[in-house]
Ligand binder design. Sequence first.
Ligand SMILES: Cc1ncc(C[n+]2csc(CCOP(=O)(O)OP(=O)(O)O)c2C)c(N)n1
Ligand SMILES: [Mg+2]
Length: 601
Amino acid sequence: MTSPRQQAPRANDPADLGAIDRPVPAGVNAPGFGSDVVADALRATDIPYIAVNPGASYRGLHDSLVNYLGNAAPQMLLCLHEEAAIAIAHGYAKVTGKAMAAAVHSNVGLMHGTMAIFNAWCDRMPMVILGATGPVDAAKRRPWIDWIHTARDQGALVRGYTKWDDQPASPGAAREAVLRANWIANTAPRGPTYVNLDAGMQEEKLAEPVAPADAARLMPPMTFAPDAARIAQAVALLREAKQPLILAGRCSRSLEGWNARVTLAERLGAQVVTDLKVSAAFPTDHPLHAGAPGMIALPADAIAAIRKADVILSLDWLDPAGTFKTAGDVTAKVIQVSVDHHLHNGWSMDYQGLPPVDVFLACEPEAAVGALLAALGEDKSRPAAANAHDLPVPAGDKLTVDHMAAALREAIKDREASLAHVSLSWNGASIPFRHPLDYLGSDGGGGVGGGPGITVGAALALKGTGRMTVSICGDGDFLMGVTAIWTATHYRIPLLMVVANNRSFFNDELHQERVARMRHRPIENRWVGQRISEPDIDIAAMARAQGAQGFGPVESIADLAAVLREAIAAVDAGEVAVVDVRVEPGYTAASTAVMTRVKSE
Ligand SMILES: Cc1ncc(C[n+]2csc(CCOP(=O)(O)OP(=O)(O)O)c2C)c(N)n1
Ligand SMILES: [Mg+2]
């Protein structure tokens, strides 16, 4: 008799979800079917949750998760849409740096999930996606349904934006595939992997036990170390630099890594630029931080600092070539730290332009920073530049995003909070980031609708840590991903979602304005086909309908503070709170200028 597979809720589960959705004990203690072997492999990865939307193609695995594993380690998190399931895994990875799992049904479920997979891919976030196909053996297919839900090469749907995929033909091969998928997803450069489980393989009775495997040895942790000679070259450049600058890009959530970056910047007297497209990488109100982080446009102070620099250290900056192109006249020597090239493929161009580089350190930022600090020695810190930016001052008596941000900053005050997502209208100067978990970056792939799911996934990972999860979603983003809320309420995952509701897909109003200007046509018409009003949508009611606390619509500046206080009190009481804030349409001046500029101007 093997040891019991069915687990009670884990005592050390920080999120404490284990009491939810408990199955009656099924008394199954040994693997009997192909999908039981897959379930054992999943447990061996130590992945705590698997976000699911069900389907017959993986009913074998579903049964194994419930009746063989007892719906624990991993526990299923039911989602109302595959895009939410993937986005939740994405948000979880943003906090933990580790893969969660998601299961999606056959070709159709995978099709629903694709945009969210693309977002996670562009964001370099790990996740293990399990899918399934109707029986590959046509003789085993049920008429009609198994035929429409069987595709010859299902992985092809996502191969351009996953690191690896497989369709194993036996339980033994499936176990290896799950372990490999987890290993590859979690190895830098990180990203989603996909394993397609043949329904026939899942449901087949095991003819004989699958030989045991040492799962840990099949997923060995690995890191990249920088080349010593190149570190010496980089140090020589940095020592000679008069105006060094650090582009702090994709870095980890480690506080140690964060502190090391601050030490490096201070030792070099280097200015630092960060970006809202990726998670917080450097304290944004540190005197060495140039400008505020931007999403659509680099702020003028950052551009000026980049132009002035004579040596630039890119810590896996998302797009050095594009940044240099935008800044223009960049004459600095460039040290690039990245392993991202391992991921670049022929399908997706998300790798951006090829940057000019003088010294390439092929490792992750933390390893490079550590090696640079060791090689630089304990030199005296150089005097710091004092260019901390001011907080935006909300203007006028109409409720703008700046008013909303100022009220939110006040409401959060000094408590620990993670901004899991921000709207395109967000001004990066509004809330300073002082800890690696203070800001978790964007959706990655520009796929609107990711915000709510990413928020729920981040809140899942942060539940029980004392950190409040807060996000700002555009109304368009919220409406596309709204059903992720139900997963948060069902599994009692507290979070605060503030909707910057400008009643428009406003980003595209600016695009239409630009076209109108180029063509000398009326810009007054930019709203047609963009505005989400008449009727205005009751966003608070959409939240309430799913068991969340809905607040608003907040229509006056005077009401903001009290409503946000109430919403945060609800979050403190364990609730999911959604606040509909009716903001005036508008982006930051820098974003608006970049988006509406006509070539000749
Ligand atoms: C899936 C998807 N559909 C459409 C777009 C094009 N798009 C980019 S931003 C945007 C508007 C988003 O609206 P909202 O979230 O309300 O933000 P706002 O611009 O109004 O602040 C749209 C439609 C996209 N990026 N992704
Ligand atoms: Mg909008």
